[in-house]
Design a protein around this ligand. Structure first.
Ligand code: PLP
Length: 395
């Protein structure tokens, strides 16, 4: 048996491995607080669940068009018009089983040996994994704490080469919670006019989770005209509506690329299950108070988490502006990110993710998801504090 060489180049997502280890420890009777996995700890809003059930009862159990049912794609277009005042055609929307599939589709569309794809480091680990899988050159760009873990347009533009085919940006970001300032987004779009050979994939899966209100956040969607024929938006329901397990996402594509993305869908998953798509319509068109409640809960927990982390000797944490992750600096503890992750899990019963799971520039940091109860966050911080108090680095 011979497996294709490219399989050895696939990476993984540590969050799933940490989750498995945490479950194993719990099965042995140990208490583990899980701040590792990145998903809302709220239920899907009940009217969305009901819409899914109703769709099944109504007999929506067959295949759907590969790019998604038309009413769902129309609902996405209406959402784009409402939020960004932009008119797009349902032909440009491709419904996928989770935002991740838009990412995989875009990277497979542009990646091959000789090509170069830029992505954030630290960043969502699947960017690097898939770029590597395609054989394209890994062109990770660092996101620095001193810049609030947000990209700087000049830095990105200076890294573009004639081989660069795709630039991936993510704001609000996983794992840092960084939000790119609106002025930097604008500057990047202006600068990209000099590089018409570069396509852009903006991962905006956390766009409804800008924690202090709209703040300084900017989507790339308002720049559709400036980035005509080369802007791809990754969005979805997972984080906004607490629907990670439903597997539902949408991509906004230039028309010709939407057709290719649909072809890939036909070759892989055929379509998203029909009932989930009906639930997706209910989520977009129904009341949005659950979204707002979650955002406010995450903001409160963010404040709790950051204040608590900054009280622990050896740790400092800047305020994440979006998503539900804190990315504290742990360099003064004397432990590497991986040592800290492993020892916190095994010795203190707190599941977190080493910053290095998100790229080499994540060394010296840890990702904590504050999509957990206030009590769980408080207890986890106590445990981290006690663990570090017993492990002061030798002077
Ligand atoms: N993009 C980012 C930045 C994420 O953090 C995630 C999930 O954690 C995804 C995309 C994928 O989302 P989905 O679960 O909808 O595939």
């Amino acid at each position: 048996m011979q497996i294709a060489e490219r399989m050895s180049r696939l990476g993984s997502e540590s969050a799933f491995e940490v989750l498995a280890r945490a479950k194993a420890l719990e099965a042995q009777g140990k208490s583990v607080i899980n701040l590792g996995i990145g998903q809302p700890d709220f239920p899907t809003p009940p009217h969305v669940v009901e819409a899914g059930i109703k769709a099944l009862r109504d007999g929506h159990h067959g295949y759907t068009p590969a790019n998604g049912i038309l009413p769902l794609r129309e609902a996405v277009c209406a959402e784009i018009a409402r939020r960004y005042k932009k008119t797009v055609s349902p032909e440009q929307i491709v419904i996928v089983p989770g935002g991740k599939v838009t990412m995989a589709t875009a990277i497979m569309m542009f990646g091959e040996p000789g090509a170069e794809i830029m992505y954030p480091d630290p960043g969502f680990p699947i960017y690097e994994s898939l770029v590597n899988f395609t054989g394209a050159r890994l062109a990770g760009y660092p996101l620095l704490e001193k810049n609030g873990f947000a990209f700087r347009a000049d830095d990105l533009l200076s890294r573009i080469t004639p081989q660069t085919r795709l630039l991936i940006v993510n704001s609000p970001a996983n794992p840092t919670g960084g939000v790119a300032p609106a002025a930097e987004v604008k500057k990047l779009v202006e600068g990209l006019q000099r590089f018409p050979h570069v396509a852009i994939m903006a991962d905006e899966i956390y766009s409804r989770l800008v924690l202090d209100g709209a703040g300084d956040y900017a989507s790339f969607i308002p720049y559709l005209d400036q980035l005509q024929d080369r802007l791809i938006i990754l969005e979805g329901w997972s984080k906004t509506y607490a629907m990670t397990g439903w597997r539902l996402g949408w991509g906004l594509w230039p028309q010709n690329l939407a057709e290719l993305a649909t072809k890939l869908a036909i070759n892989t998953h055929s379509c998203v299950n029909a009932a989930t798509q009906y639930a997706g319509i209910a989520a977009l068109e129904g009341p949005q108070d659950a979204v707002e409640n979650m955002r406010q809960a995450f903001r409160r927990r963010r404040d709790l988490c950051v204040a608590g982390l900054n009280k622990i000797e050896g740790i400092s944490c800047i305020k994440p502006e979006g998503a539900f992750y804190a990315f504290p600096n742990i360099t003064r503890t004397g432990l590497t990110a991986r040592q800290m992750q492993d020892r916190l899990l095994e010795e203190a019963g707190v599941a977190t993710i080493a910053g290095t799971s998100f790229g080499r520039h994540g060394e010296g940091y840890l990702r904590l998801s504050f999509a957990a109860s206030d009590e769980a966050i408080a207890e986890a911080l106590e445990r981290i504090k006690a663990f570090l108090a017993g492990n002061r680095p030798k002077q």
